[in-house]
Structure formats: C-alpha cells, structure tokens
Design a protein around this ligand. Structure first.
Ligand SMILES: *Cc1c(COP(=O)(O)O)cnc(C)c1O
Length: 230
C-alpha cells in the first residue's frame, strides 16, 4: 500500500468513526505525522487530500515546510530553547509546550516574527515517567501564563496515551478532556472561547481518542509505514 492509498483509507475511517460517535467529521482534523518519511512521500499524501502534517524535529519541519508550500505544519516534538525561533517560523501550531520558560521564549520569537503563535499545552495525564508533558495539576498555571503573553494563543491540550491497555488509554483521553473543560471554566470568556482543541490519538488509539472528544488526531505509521497493521 502507498501513502496515497493509506491516507485515503485512514481519512475515511476517521470520518466514519466521528459519525459513529455522533460527531461532525469536520470537527476532527487528521494530522499526517510525516516525521519518518521524505518530501516525495509527503507529496503522495497531499495528492490524496492531506493538508495537515506533523513533524517532531525542527530541521525536518523547516525543510519540508520550505519545500511544500500551502500546507499546515504542526510541531509535535520535544522543544529545545535554541530551536524555538525556527519552530515558530514554520509551525502553525505547537502541540508540545509544557515548560513556562519555553512559553516566554515562544512569545519573544513570535513577536520578532510578527505572528501570534498558536500552542497546545502537553499534559502527562497517565503519569508514566517515559512521557513528556506537565503534570495535570500544573497545566492550568501554564495555560493562564500563556493567556498573558500577547504573541501566544493557547488553543487547548495535547497528550499521549500509554501503549497497549485500552482501559488506561480511555482513562487518559477522558482525563485530558475533563481537564480541558475544567481549565476553560477558569479562563476569561475570550481565552475560554479559543481553548477548544484536544490533540490526542495516534495510529493505535485514535478511535478511543475520537470517542473521547479529540479534535485532532496525529497519525504516522498507519499512513506512512508499509508494515503497520491497524
Ligand atoms: C510519532 C508521533 C505520533 C504518530 O505516532 P504513530 O504511532 O506513528 O501514529 C503522534 N504524536 C507524536 C507526539 C509523535 O511523536
């Protein structure tokens, strides 16, 4: 199977899943995580209708965004301070903010670039040590910090579920959804109205994520790997 066929299949499955969950398919954005593939393969997915792509390294983000115009690029990787200007230059949305000092640096870089940077706060809902993200009880503080930064717009939350155990996956996604509702209720009306996004769900668990309210799913292997069995 090619990236073209895989993307078409996954996009149709994601839309059908949204319908099955009683949701509008337009409320679930499929982000094709292209971090393991080259520009030509990304073009195949584009030909199948993909417009949103996720990258986890600033260099690949910049290279692909420069080569492939008019796409929406999502930065989903670990943030390093010195890379922030490059990330801000290319990313429409940064999913992986979890440190206050990075929020300040993103604000500075965005001001210098003359943009307002959209961000999500990454939360380690499951508490696994191997996972990045802030603790759930620190998320509200970071979100509120973002709302004070003029060149940052905080749009919601992101998480990664533990692998394998479906009950733990569901609990993680439900936990992120509840946290978003909770934080939104503590924000001023203007900030709350923009704090709607839930980025959760990958190749193995996007169905559970959509059922729990994901507005963005980040799918890599199911689109770009020859060997993935969904
Ligand atoms: C790689 C990656 C994905 C995609 O994972 P797959 O299992 O390949 O679908 C999603 N989110 C993040 C943060 C990633 O690093």
């Amino acid at each position: 199977m090619s990236a073209f066929e895989n993307y078409q299949t996954v996009a149709a499955q994601v839309a059908q899943c949204a319908l099955d969950c009683g949701r509008n398919p337009q409320d679930v954005t499929l982000i094709a995580v292209s971090k393991t593939v080259d520009t030509e393969t990304v073009r195949q997915a584009m030909a199948a209708g993909a417009h949103h792509f996720g990258e986890n390294r600033p260099e690949s983000l910049a290279a692909k965004a420069d080569a492939l115009e008019d796409q929406t690029w999502h930065f989903i990787g670990n943030i390093q301070s010195r890379q922030i200007p490059r990330i801000v230059q290319h990313a429409a949305l940064i999913h992986s903010l979890y440190q206050p000092r990075h929020a300040e640096k993103i604000n500075q870089a965005a001001a210098a670039a003359g943009k307002v940077q959209q961000v999500l706060v990454e939360v380690n809902v499951s508490g696994e040590e191997s996972k990045s993200g802030c603790a759930p009880d620190q998320a509200a503080h970071l979100v509120r910090l973002c709302t004070t930064l003029p060149n940052v717009c905080v749009r919601g939350l992101m998480t990664m579920a533990p692998r394998g155990n479906t009950e733990a996956v569901r609990a993680t996604f439900a936990g992120l959804a509840a946290l978003r509702t909770d934080i939104a209720s503590s924000l001023d009306a203007q900030s709350a109205s923009q704090f709607n996004e839930l980025s959760m769900g990958m190749s193995e668990d996007w169905r559970e994520a959509i059922a729990a309210g994901a507005t963005m799913v980040r799918i890599g292997r199911a689109i770009f790997s020859d060997t993935f069995e969904g």
